[in-house]
Design a protein. Sequence first.
Length: 386
Amino acid sequence: MLGALFFLFGFSIIAWVPRFPEIKHNLHVSNGEFGTLLSVSAIGSLAALLTVGQLVHRYGARVLMLTSATVLFGSIATIVHLSSTWQFALCNMAFGAGVSAFHISINSQGLHEQAPNGEKLIPRLHGLWSLGALSTAILSGFLAGRVSLVLHIDILCAVAFVIVVVIINRLGSSLITASEKVDYQYLVRALFTSFKVDWVMSLGMICAVMLEFASGDWSTLFANQELHMSAGISAIPYVIFVLGMIFGRLLVHRVVEHIGISTLIRTLTVVGGASFIASVAVGRALSASHHVVALLAFGIGSLLGGLGASFLAPLFMDAANRRSSAPGSVVIGQLGALNTALAFLCKGIIAWTAQLTSIGVALAIPSAMLMAVAFTAKAFKEGDSA
């Protein structure tokens, strides 16, 4: 049942990503402005990350799951109706808060369920998230140009929200319960004084996830604007990227039985990052004369990039939890808070690089960051598994 929540989480929050060209058109903004508007979700996300981890520990997972699901689905359903940039920005902040709160709630539950027997459950749950993201990306690409954006997202949110509420209620007593002994202060001042930073995990994780973020934000626009593909076809590279992430997350636990985790990290991050940026360059070079070949090249790079980034986020999350004495929900929240602040900065740099140069040039930044993850490989013991 928990896996179904991860699937629906990915299915819901990625549904509007392949339809970004339509949303950008409705807002009448430039690439740089659109990227900045997307980045403001980090403000709401940061607020949730600084508080929800401790609230899960204090009040239990069920309350936070239901509350965050309401905010999440409500904001997604609202945001596609907007044409005002300031309204879009405010709603996107609420969306960011809902995403982060639901993320902490269900990942805390995942860490709780894997603790008794030591099973590495988190990477496979993230694989189900990616499977949901892939399913909705395919659906959104198919519906683009056939079904209106508003109708698509409104129906999806209504159905998914009802299913999520039913699943949460059925999980019942297996969910994390409220803590009888509270170890953390809940005053605003204490949220910062008790904040602990694991710099190796934090810097490694931001480098690990930026290609995933950038692909979600810019792959469709890159295929649409620079490879000159239609709205529906432009979603294909992102679908392929997510497919690579699914394969990586669902199969990595088998691979590490034969290859050391540090060796695997070094190999896949370098291959994934280099392949992605090379495919962008080849795609741009061939877009004027060979559209299909350009799209194929970008698709191959997206597959390898997704594979290289696939297992890193859950791996860093699990490692950070084991390196800390705090409850898992608090660790996830604090790690996510710093990651969100850094992602806000990085997304802004990528957005304005796209505006001042091109999307292709901007995508070189997260590609290089993925390759830089290779330098953190020594932080993982060979006995660790993904």
